[in-house]
Design a protein around this ligand. Structure first.
Ligand code: TXA
Ligand code: MG
Length: 330
């Protein structure tokens, strides 16, 4: 197998059988892999593995946990975790595999990790062409993958652009040559038969309208679905959240971090530790689950121990701040 080392610890392998085997093994072991898709390069992880998904955010240095696109082999795999209304099904049948992403409601008891959806009850799904499609089929599970670039930088359309942007933060990069489409997928969401355009992209609006038989609506009219990550209320538990707590009041639940507990922890209604060892990747993977579990105890307030702002800590603190923000009435 031919290999080029472009940065310490980062392997670039040309797309092919050996790359497929290496990428499948890495993903099955919970690693992240940069892969070519027809739109742009994606930074992929097993969508059912929280720590693997957390590694995506760490590598991209995302300051917040935006929801990611779930990549599937087709409608069959998508239906294991999301439901299709008739219009979404029609669009998937027309454009998959391809550069169209559909935002769909999650099914109950789905296996997608909440870090992928940022805790939303919807999931963005698309079926890519080429190496990505073969890889998902080989792994047998959906892949969460945002564009393979540093957060806030332009999307990578070549393996070189991936390593230039992410350096050795990604252990394995599959080189499939320049991506044919070159811009990200078009994202739409169907609501009661109306099709909202959330992001223009690789499939033209006119092409979608020709299949849908209706005009696309611009999402500006519906800010709630345009930028779900920006809405505090989507993440807010019923309990109040008290951040950077230096003590726990009796009856409060405690979301803890690191080896030591704050004063009063033994009187807390419940304590869940995001990571005993202070590992921010582990903490990110557990965040949404533990917030939900502490909320379910019925505690009126969840005290949260300080979490450092380094690495994924920034994204964790961003999400906690949204959960703690004054609630908007919708
Ligand atoms: O072509 C593409 O779409 C590439 C390749 C790798 O597939 N991926 C990509 O992912 O551009 P990313 O993470 O850079 O952009 C995903 C977009 C974000 O704008 C996010 O807000 C939106 O999808 N999104 C994800 N889940 C959503 C949801 N449940 N509702 C609304 N928007 C969602
Ligand atoms: Mg992106």
């Amino acid at each position: 197998m031919e290999m080029k080392t472009t940065a310490p610890g980062s392997r670039v392998v040309p797309a092919g059988d050996a790359a497929l085997a290496a990428a499948t093994d890495a993903l099955a072991a919970g690693e992240i892999v940069a892969i070519p898709t027809e739109t742009v390069y994606g930074l992929a992880a097993d969508a059912t593995n929280g720590e693997a998904v957390a590694r995506i955010f760490a590598a991209k240095q995302r300051p917040s946990f935006n929801p990611l696109i779930c990549h599937v082999t087709g409608i069959g795999m998508a239906e294991t975790f999301a439901s299709f209304d008739p219009m979404s099904r029609k669009l998937a049948e027309a454009f998959w595999p391809g550069a169209l992403t559909l935002v769909l409601p999650l099914k109950p008891d789905h296996a997608i990790h909440p870090l992928v959806t940022a805790g939303l009850d919807t999931v963005a799904v698309r079926a890519p062409r080429g190496f990505g499609a073969e890889l998902i089929a080989a792994l047998g599970r959906p892949l969460a993958a945002p564009s393979a670039n540093r957060s806030g930088k332009i999307s990578a359309t070549s393996a070189q652009a991936v390593t230039d942007s992410l350096g050795d933060a990604v252990p394995l990069v599959i080189d499939g040559g320049p991506t044919p489409v070159g811009v990200e997928s078009t994202i739409v969401k169907v609501e009661d038969g109306a099709v909202f355009l959330l992001r223009p992209g690789g499939v033209a609006v006119e092409e979608i309208e020709a299949v849908a038989g209706v005009q696309l609506l611009r999402a500006k009219a519906n800010a709630a679905i345009q930028a779900p990550g920006m809405l505090a209320s989507h993440y807010a538990p019923s309990a109040r959240m008290r951040l950077n707590a230096s003590h726990v009041d009796p009856g409060e639940a405690l979301l803890a971090f690191g080896p030591e507990r704050v004063t009063g922890a033994s009187d807390a209604k419940a304590v869940l530790v995001l990571s005993e060892s202070g590992d921010l990747v582990e903490a990110a993977a557990k965040l949404f689950d533990y917030m939900g579990r502490l909320d379910a105890t019925g505690a009126a307030c969840i005290a949260v121990e300080p979490i450092p702002m380094t690495g994924l800590g920034e994204a964790i603190n961003d999400r906690l701040a949204r959960a703690a923000a004054p609630r908007e009435k919708q």
